[in-house]
Design a protein around this ligand. Structure first.
Ligand SMILES: Nc1nc2c(ncn2[C@@H]2O[C@H](COP(=O)(O)OP(=O)(O)OP(=O)(O)O)[C@@H](O)[C@H]2O)c(=O)[nH]1
Ligand SMILES: [Mg+2]
Length: 388
């Protein structure tokens, strides 16, 4: 049998449409927009999801009014797609959730309280939207703009909620630990350490936990363990003293941050019918690459993922997996079957493919490398999965 006939046709976009309901098929990484009321969360949500919907051939789906999908901008995918103009370009995606504004006392049920804290629990990472536009027409919950204080209010609510979750867990696990159960004792030690740190105002993500310790917290899903990207939402005029304050806070924490003119970008994203039109509007405003694109990419990078590509069937498509993922698990991203049926994979770096000019030229030059079950997918790989 020639190897070509054994190459499994890569899932069509129909599969993506069903991803959200099919058991075992991974949903996109999920990001929650978190911040004080009127920080601009819904504005940025609209910008993200409208822009995503415009991407050519993108299987857009709105899950609920406040949950949507955004396409991850990827210039490598654009270059690869240029080699296969007859195919559809399918970018990787993220799911974004527009969470209602958090107010002081939320952890005790103020405002929408527990309901949206529960929503935050469900996300993989937090986009912390910080208001940096001074507009007297738009009320600020505490009267004036002060990024440091605003960030502290949100963080404090998340810390208090974690404290409550951990104290509850501690009470339960203490009983089990008393029976001499080793696992329970280990967990109790960890939980006591976390409670102590939180008491000092330290979010769990800054406590330097080892991966096995994070594993122990998998079910508790503490809010402050989630990675955070700060998003300084500023007005049409761009950077100002407030965005600089957010930059200093992020740098002090070693966290990422992005400055975005949220309302302007939302207006552009909604007005533009095509990617080209959007580019033209952005250029008119002197915005080269849209901050929105940088925001999505920065969010994506936050999770330490690597991107690989497939050129099978009718699509040129980007996929992402955590760094260190082996080939059969990467295949399972496309279809759960691929893990069990995996025989081998053929791999080249995307650059090699672009330099060769076509799949055929690359094949004739014998550049596709065959790799087995243990191969760790590298960022920028183009992969053919060969399955039984
Ligand atoms: N002047 C100005 N107004 C903005 C900007 N970004 C957002 N707004 C406005 O601020 C108001 C609040 O924005 P939203 O996006 O609804 O804020 P939110 O964070 O979702 O607020 P909640 O859902 O109440 O928590 C809206 O009227 C926006 O049009 C901006 O850059 N400049
Ligand atoms: Mg809102």
């Amino acid at each position: 049998m020639s190897h070509d006939s054994r190459i499994v046709t890569v899932a069509s976009s129909a599969i993506l449409d069903q991803r959200l309901s099919l058991e075992g098929i991974k949903v996109p990484e999920c990001f929650g927009l978190v911040g004080l009321p009127n920080a601009g969360k819904s504005t940025i949500f609209n910008a993200l999801t409208a822009a995503g919907a415009r991407v050519e051939a993108y299987p857009f789906c709105t899950i609920e009014p406040h949950r949507g999908i955004a396409a991850v901008p990827d210039s490598r995918l654009d270059v690869l797609h240029a080699l296969f103009p007859e195919k559809k370009k399918v970018p990787a995606t993220i799911e974004v959730v527009d969470i209602a504004g958090l107010v002081e006392g939320a952890s005790e049920g103020e405002g929408l309280g527990n309901q949206f804290l529960a929503e935050i629990r469900g996300v993989d990472a937090i986009l912390h939207i910080v208001r940096c536009f001074p507009d007297p027409e738009i009320p600020h919950p505490t009267g004036d703009i002060d990024p440091r204080r605003d960030i502290e209010i949100v963080e404090t609510e998340l810390l208090l909620k974690d404290l409550e979750t951990l104290e509850r867990r501690k009470a339960r696990i203490e009983k089990i630990a008393k029976t001499g159960d080793k696992a329970a004792r280990e967990e109790l030690t960890l939980i006591e350490r976390l409670i102590e740190g939180i008491g000092k105002g330290i979010p769990i993500r800054k406590m330097g936990l080892k991966s096995e310790e994070l594993e122990l917290l998998k079910d508790l899903k503490p809010l402050t363990a989630k990675p955070v990207l700060y998003v300084a939402n500023t007005g049409d005029e761009g950077r100002n003293e407030y965005t600089e304050a957010v930059a200093r806070i992020a740098q002090g924490e070693g966290a990422g941050y992005v400055v975005i003119r949220g309302r302007l970008e939302a207006e552009i994203a909604e007005a533009a019918e095509t990617e080209e039109e959007r580019g033209a509007y952005l250029a008119e405003w002197g915005l080269g690459e849209s901050a929105l694109s940088r925001l999505v990419r920065a969010a994506y990078e936050l999770l330490d993922l690597v991107t690989f590509y497939t050129i099978e069937g009718p699509e040129v498509r980007a996929w992402t997996v955590p760094r260190g993922t082996v080939a059969p698990d990467a295949g399972a991203e496309i279809h759960t079957d691929f893990r069990d049926r995996f025989v081998l994979a053929e791999v080249v770096n995307w650059r090699e493919l672009v330099d060769a000019g076509s799949d055929k030229a690359l094949r004739e030059a014998g550049k596709w490398r065959r790799v087995g079950h243990d191969y760790e997918v590298q960022d920028g790989d183009v992969i053919h999965f060969i399955c039984a």
